[in-house]
Design a protein around this ligand. Sequence first.
Ligand SMILES: [Zn+2]
Length: 451
Amino acid sequence: MKPGMMLLWPWRRLLRWWAGVVLVLVLTAPPIFGYGADPLTPQGIRQEFALLSARLRQTPNDVTVLNSLGILYARAGQLNDAILLWNRALTINPRYIHLYNNLGSALKAQGRVEEAVRVYQAGLAITPSFWIYYNLGLLEKDRGRYREAAHYFRECLRQNPRFEAAAQRLEDLGYVLASQQAAQGIPYKPPTDLEALSLTMLERMEGEEGGGEGAEPRPAGAPSDTRRPWRAAGGADLPVTMTVETCAAYLEKMAQGAPTRLVALTFDDGPHPSITPRLLDLLQAHGAKGTFFVLGSRAESYPELLERMVREGHEVGNHSWSHKSLVRLGPATARADLQRAAATIEACTNQPCRLVRPPYGHTNAEIRAMIHRSGWAHIMWDADSRDWQLSDANQMLARTLRKTSPGAVLLFHDIHPGVLRVLPVLLPALRQCGYRFVTVSELLRLQGSRS
Ligand SMILES: [Zn+2]
């Protein structure tokens, strides 16, 4: 875009966006005052919250205070409240750049990726912030768009050549900087060794903890290899390049010689009219059993798929009726929502439905207690494929493998097609490594309670 265009283009869109924000705020009335944090929120956050709330009462339009309060909400896990606050602050001072960065990151954390991109770009239209470029780079990398990610990391370095995290990310993507100055100019080298990609990706991920934002330090003792190969461009249709043998060797390492090897495959958010039947075919072809945490509302639409699940030896669990956060609903409403779903599921399967998986994994002590009181089991997971977020099946596979050891519960979603590309490699690899596929209830029985 030409510099002159910068003055014209974003403003109209931004104005429209602000109008939307104001409307949303009027309709939802942000809960700033007298809104206690979750009881599990650490004491330090609550004290800081009280201080900032007091300051806000004196100066309700102080954008820095609103921004800090939003950060506290986000740290306490109340992303919706953080988003409301930052939106409100933007209506007061739309040039306060940190708001765009924080808002974008919160939206991204909620899986609202396209909205996050729009917010980041609105921020960049105001100030070319290196932080925003960096976060956009992370976002694109996470969804497998490595070429775009590299572009943003380079823009980040153009703004701040000493920002090492961006240089490291660029290097991870296989771009070799000719020198520090190179960041400000053109010279960079695209990746070459795509063959070695898959194994390198796994090795690299071993050093990561949790993934997502934040600095990812180089694993201790790892050489400073600036020629690390990486995929240059990603996309939804890229084939899985990791072989069954590679995966099985990795799983063997993770199993550390354990004699009993059980794994529970779980699939959330379905059933889906086209993906779930193909998934069931795939599981049947590999002789694998799984557990489907279905939504009551979707079960009602596709009862025949639940019947098929049970007929073919799979287990059906409860993933709520509406897929709202149980924590936000509160124990009483959450229980009613879960009971409605359980009744529908049980009507389809003709079996009791004992397992509950909270949507988004949002849970707390109260919800856990309510689930146990209701005679259900509270089920989370060990390995998250992130198939709802990533587009590159290699990454989904790598994420899953690095958390898979005997007794693990694996998480997929049968409303996204990624699972259909991952399982044809993962299932034979698990079997080759001596794993037996069990339902979650079988796993609980065989391992003792872990809910
Ligand atoms: Zn879900």
